[in-house]
Ligand binder design. Structure first.
Ligand code: UFG
Length: 330
């Protein structure tokens, strides 16, 4: 199939491109390169530089490439920034997605895998979190992703556009080749920041909050390796191509979590470096525990993780960071 990957030069999108190519698809990446990196796009994919909100550029891709299905990763994803600049998030994440769906309708493309987030749940009612739990986002980032999920639901009903919304938990690690990985500016995520401290880019890692209601007092997250996450997108696409396929929403996590201190210990173990840490105040808006129920994705899509091991995840990220201490520019 000819698969259009919007945001395919970003961290998760670039890993999905590799999985799609390995599954035998022809991949066209559409990315404005604001957050993405040209160097992250696999050589066998076609890169078109453009913005979803530019109808001429976007429709040009559909016109030129006979697209069969879409994977949509292009979005802003900084929770804190979304609180101070919600307009950016509604514009890029919601309006950008609207533009994409309109182009899909115009070119009769009716399959999309959408990159959603655990932030749609907000503070969970219970863990592990199942897909049926209430969605009450606590920030505009989660709101914009939920808005697109809902838009997709209505587009299915009205126009028969079928979607798979994948709600990611904490994505981490890097491709086993060591050639692509995480390169965000600014970086806000725990594992890259801990490894940045190991590389000496910062003096220490600050652990936000030690008084949560968890065994060691620090937050717990469900870390999923980016290549497992990417592989799940290919399974979701295959499901959408089955006759009579229905739209659906799935969590993507492993179903178990690690505390922030456990991440720090694992990073010290993997790197062999006694990474310095400082205990700091809570970061506003952080839920104490986020763990996915992964039952549905395992049952319906046959999701079978290959990298469900914290040390393997951190080792893969470490290999990428050591080879690219300044990201793709190094
Ligand atoms: N943390 C630190 N120090 C840091 C950075 C993070 O202690 O320097 C802590 C956070 O407070 C949190 C944990 O590490 O307890 C994980 O934080 P991340 O920023 O790595 O990830 P989040 O869990 O905040 O974010 C993830 C996804 C978001 C999604 C969110 C849902 O990356 O896209 O879950 O709440 F919106």
């Amino acid at each position: 199939m000819n698969v259009l990957v919007c945001g395919g030069a970003g961290y998760i999108g670039s890993h999905a491109v590799i999985e799609l190519l390995e599954a035998g698809h022809n991949v066209i990446v559409f990315d404005n390169l604001e957050k993405g990196h040209r160097a992250a796009v696999a050589e066998d994919a076609t890169l078109v530089v453009g913005d979803l909100r530019d109808p001429v550029a976007l429709e040009g891709v559909f016109a030129d490439h006979s697209i069969d299905a879409v994977m949509h990763f292009a979005a802003y994803s900084l929770v804190g920034e979304s609180v101070t600049q919600p307009d950016k998030y509604y514009d890029n994440n919601v309006y950008g997605s609207y533009c994409l769906l309109q182009a899909m309708r115009k070119f009769n493309v009716n399959k999309i895998v959408f990159s959603s987030t655990a932030a749609t749940y907000g503070e969970p009612e219970q863990v592990p979190i199942t897909e049926e739990q209430k969605t009450v986002p606590t920030n505009p980032y989660g709101e914009t992703k939920l808005a697109v999920e809902k838009m997709l639901g209505w587009y299915d009903r009205a126009y028969g556009l079928k979607s798979m919304c994948l709600r990611y938990f904490n994505v981490a690690g890097a491709h086993e080749s060591g050639t692509i990985g995480e390169d965000h500016t600014p970086e806000t995520h725990l594992i890259p920041l801990v490894l940045g401290a190991a590389l000496g880019k910062t003096d220490c890692i600050r652990i936000f909050g030690t008084d949560y209601d968890t065994p060691d007092g620090t937050c717990i997250r469900d870390y999923i390796h980016v290549s497992d996450l990417a592989a799940a997108h290919v399974l979701a696409l295959a499901k959408l191509c089955e006759p009579g396929a229905e739209s659906n929403i799935y969590n993507l996590g492993y179903g178990h979590g690690f505390s922030n201190l456990e991440i720090l210990e694992a990073a010290r173990r993997v790197t062999g470096i006694p990474i310095r840490a400082e205990m700091a105040d809570r970061r506003p808006g952080d839920p104490s525990i986020l763990i996915a129920s992964s039952d549905a994705v395992v049952r319906d899509l046959g999701f079978a993780p290959r990298y469900d091991d914290l040390d393997v995840i951190i080792q893969s990220a470490w290999a990428f960071f050591k080879a690219h201490p300044n990201g793709y520019e190094s």
